[in-house]
Design a protein around this ligand. Structure first.
Ligand SMILES: [Zn+2]
Length: 198
């Protein structure tokens, strides 16, 4: 019905999470109506994403060996906030309450899944990082969900032998919701009133 190029792009959009075939068609039609310059800018932005990688230290998205936080000499290197995904950093930064560094786990530990399935999580590099640097506190900022809580508990046990403070974001965040969607005030108070675990 449509040229192959049109269909190919619809398929590419449909493969993205949360985008159904109808939405994909609408997006491609929208792009088709744009100027050549706009389409080229869009294509370039898409292509440039492949030049990004993970920060060697905290696994956040980075355009150099280290991400902007790890490169920043003004950040407090003695405190690390552990988050599930890079996008969780955005709402925490928005609170302007946290001035330390981050560590991106890359997911959660599900009590229902075999431990081998968690090999992709950056837990070993986190432990190494704490041992190597003069870290005083680790804030566990995993989501207030079943898996997020299980992950915080697992990390607490792993980190307990190290002589550091361990804390968890205070209750008050909506249970079952993602930190990514928490409002600034609630998240700010969850950070300030963080619960000491060890
Ligand atoms: Zn980093």
């Amino acid at each position: 019905m449509f040229p192959a190029q049109f269909k190919k792009l619809i398929d590419a959009f449909s493969a993205l999470p949360g985008i159904g075939p109808k939405m994909a068609e609408r997006l491609v039609l929208y792009l088709f109506k744009q100027s050549d310059d706009d389409i080229h800018a869009f294509a370039r932005a898409l292509k440039d994403i492949s030049t990004l990688s993970r920060c060697k230290q905290c696994f956040n998205i980075a355009d150099q060996e280290l991400c902007t936080f790890c490169r920043d000499p003004h950040r407090d290197k003695t405190i690390i906030c552990v988050v599930q995904e890079p996008l969780d950093i955005i709402p925490i930064e928005r609170t302007r309450t946290f001035h330390g560094l981050y560590h991106v786990l890359g997911g959660t530990i599900s009590p229902k899944i075999d431990a081998k399935e968690h090999a992709h999580l950056t837990i070993a590099p986190l432990l190494e990082r704490i041992k190597r640097n003069a870290v005083k506190e680790v804030i566990l900022a995993t989501n207030p969900t079943t898996d997020g809580d299980a992950t915080a508990l697992y990390l607490k046990e792993k980190l307990s032998p190290l002589a550091i403070h361990i804390s968890r974001l205070a209750r008050g965040l909506t249970t079952g919701a993602d930190i990514e969607y928490a409002d600034d005030l609630t998240l700010r108070s969850a950070l300030i009133n963080r619960e000491k675990l060890a």
